[in-house]
Unconditional design. Sequence first.
Length: 198
Amino acid sequence: MTNIFDDEGRNYAVTVIEIAPCVISQIKTNENDGYEAVQLASFDKREASTAKAQRGHFDAADSGSKKYICEFKGFELDELELGDEIKIEDVFETGSNVDVVGVSKGKGFTGVIKRHNFHGVGDATHGQYDRQRHGGSIGQASDPSRVFKGVGMPGRSGNERTKIKNLTIAKIFDKSNLMMVTGAVPGPNGGMVEIYNR
């Protein structure tokens, strides 16, 4: 992340996202696939590192091997052809709002305080020993004699598909394929995200 100033002198935190030109690697239609979508591929990859089946898929679009493939709906299919290149300025414009989807950072195995915002016992007196950060009792007695689903317990936290809604595009740099959006996006530095117009 970094920050920029707007025309009125206000300072905004922004995230810089690289959006490489995407190639249409497949066009899905109701007749063939049962739904309409456009499959986009981006970021070049060595052909030697590409599986043979994928190589044939990319050769059909004459796009060269790519690292990432993703499907998007909402395109006008009549205007598109296999192998067409879609650039950042074709889809996004400064000032519009977008949703950003990515996989959040993994935090490993965490306790209930970090995972579910429990407060713990808080009071270290009254015979409490090493229980301040524990979750406490989770079940009932003879009725219903089980633990209900959804009870907050320790476990793996993070590393989930996450959507951040309604971020504003602050700036677009066409020549360098970079875009700045206000606020934070899910995932680590260098991670992959999907961006959807609202």
